[in-house]
Every structure is written in structure tokens, then in C-alpha cells.
Design a protein around this ligand. Structure first.
Ligand code: UTP
Length: 286
């Protein structure tokens, strides 16, 4: 079955980015000059996804505002001869239809995904966490869709995580089936390093079958008192196989200031206009 829809959860508090997130959604923080969530939307579109569902919460209406078409601004730019910028805005204005659903209480990522159930319906779908930005030649969701096509079941994106960081991740027990592809034998949310079943942690990319929804409903609050998507996936694993892909690409956890800064520098250094001069300036700084 084709994967046509992607859910982008963007309702969280963003506490790791306080104080800016008191008034500003972290999903709109810029990476160079594009908001983080724009990278997620582009990844979905470039992977062939037709419909995007963004989960928002009270106080985060600047996210739909950002995606609203801006014909007047475009006309102004054209009148000033700034056609390149106007073209960029036009591309944004024409991007796929975006739907919004609200998460009334921020009960965790699993709960945020559950809010999209009606909009998703009875079909497999992608989940993209906008604070995990991946610089990849082939969009990560496109890479994962290939695995979904092969096995016809849920796929999680994983990465090799350092021992000291492993307690922050959902970790899989893998049975490797081909290079970088693993059958998931077990899933543990935020394990202590000594009990972690591997170094492969789930990062913010999923292709899920709709059976995840009843699994989320049956999931009790776990780590941090939140309804965790990994716990729901562990429940789903009891009735359906799940695969994991070590995708190709460099991931940045832009949900915290250090990861966000690293992403700015890495992407800045690759920037066609100012990458070289940034490199030179950084060299002089250190
Ligand atoms: P995070 O745990 O990174 O986001 O969730 P957070 O809770 O906003 O951040 P911290 O930990 O307080 O700093 C990953 C994604 O899931 C969304 C977030 O908006 C983020 O994009 N999320 C999280 C929800 O939509 N709802 C929730 O209840 C929790």
C-alpha cells in the first residue's frame, strides 16, 4: 500500500530551548534562513508524500501562519525586481496541502500522533520529527519507504548512539537482515547503558501501519509521565514485525541549543554563497 501522508508533531513545550520557547515555537527556529519545520515538510514532499498533517497546540498558531500563502509580499518583491526571492516564496506557497490538528494536552509524542488518527485514516503513514534535521542526499523518508515496500510493515529510522547518550533514546534489539537493515526483536525506551540491547537508537523518522493507533491508546504513560511512541511501537511489535533502517545522512538534534548550533555550522559551511568565508572566519576564531 502506498504511503501518502506524513504527520509532523509540533505541539511540544520545547523546554530544552527555554527561554526562547516561552513565546516562540522551537519548530520555527531558523536553520540558516528556513524554519526547522520547513526542512521536515520538504523531506516529506521530496519523498513523494502527498499530504502533510501538522500537530500543533495552543499558543503555536504561528506555525500555520508561517505556511499561509503570501501573494501580496510576492507581488511587492516582483515590483521591486527581487524575482529570486519571489520565486522562492512562490514555491513555498505552492507546496502540498497542509492540514492541522490540535493536541489539547501535551501528553507526549505518542499522544500527538494519536491526534492525527482521523486525518490519517486506515493507511500507513510517515512521522517526521521536525527537531531531528537530517542532511542527506536521498531524503530519509524516501530511504525508509524502500524498506517499507520490501517488507510491507512499520519501519523506524535508527542511528548508532554514543553510550553516554543512549539513555535518551528508544533502543532496538536488532537482527540484521541486510546491510543497515534490521528486524526489530525488541524495543526499550530510554534504557540505562548497561541494559541497552544495542547502540541503535530510534531517531525522529517512522513509517507506521495504522495499527499503531490502537497500540497508542493501550499505552500507559511511561518515561517523563508522557505517552511514548516507542512504548506503543513495542506493543505493536507483539502483533506485527517492525524493521529498522540505519539511514544514510547526518542527523542534528536541533531541539537543544548545542545540536542546533552544530547544525548551523555544518550547514553554513556547506552553503554555496557564504560557506567559504564562514570557514575562514571560524578558522580565525579558534
Ligand atoms: P521532543 O521531546 O523533542 O519535544 O518531541 P518537546 O517535548 O517539545 O521538547 P523538550 O523535551 O521539552 O525540550 C519531539 C517532537 O514531538 C513533538 C514536539 O513538538 C517535537 O517536534 N511533541 C512532543 C508533541 O507534538 N506533543 C507532545 O506532547 C510532545
Amino acid at each position: 500500500m502506498e504511503v501518502r501522508k506524513a504527520v509532523i508533531p509540533a505541539a511540544g513545550w520545547g523546554t530544552r530551548f527555554l527561554p526562547v520557547t516561552r513565546a516562540y515555537p522551537k519548530e520555527l527556529l531558523p536553520l540558516i534562513n528556513k524554519p526547522l519545520i520547513q526542512y521536515a515538510v520538504e523531506e516529506a514532499i521530496n519523498s513523494g508524500i502527498k499530504e502533510i498533517i501538522i500537530v500543533i497546540a495552543e499558543g503555536k498558531y504561528s506555525i500555520p501562519d508561517y505556511f499561509k500563502p503570501a501573494p501580496e509580499l510576492r507581488a511587492l518583491l516582483r515590483a521591486r525586481g527581487e524575482n529570486k526571492l519571489a520565486d522562492t516564496l512562490e514555491r513555498l506557497d505552492n507546496q502540498n496541502d497542509i492540514k492541522y490538528v490540535t493536541q489539547p494536552e501535551r501528553l507526549g509524542l505518542g499522544n500527538a500522533v494519536l491526534m492525527a488518527q482521523k486525518a490519517v485514516g486506515d493507511e500507513p503513514f510517515a512521522v517526521i520529527l521536525p527537531d531531528d534535521v537530517v542532511d542527506a542526499r536521498e531524503p530519509v523518508i524516501a530511504q525508509m519507504l524502500k524498506i517499507f515496500k520490501t517488507y510491507g510493515t512499520s519501519v523506524v529510522g535508527v542511528e548508532c548512539i554514543d553510550t553516554e547518550e543512549i539513555h535518551r533514546y528508544g533502543v532496538i534489539r536488532p537482527e540484521t537482515v541486510s546491510p543497515r537493515v534490521h528486524k526489530v526483536l525488541a524495543l526499550v525506551e530510554k534504557p540505562a547503558p548497561e541494559v541497552a540491547p544495542s547502540h541503535l537508537g530510534i531517531v525522529g523518522r517512522y513509517i507506521l501501519t495504522p495499527q499503531i493507533f490502537p497500540a497508542i491508546e493501550a499505552t500507559q504513560p511511561g518515561s517523563g509521565g508522557e505517552i511514548q511512541l516507542t512504548d506503543a511501537a513495542a506493543l505493536l511489535l507483539q502483533s506485527q514485525p517492525i524493521y529498522a533502517l540505519e539511514f544514510a545522512g547526518q542527523r542534528f538534534d536541533t531541539g537543544n541549543p548545542q545540536g542546533w548550533l552544530e547544525a548551523q555550522i555544518a550547514m553554513g559551511l556547506k552553503h554555496p554563497e557564504f560557506g567559504d568565508s564562514l570557514r575562514e572566519k571560524l578558522r580565525r576564531m579558534i
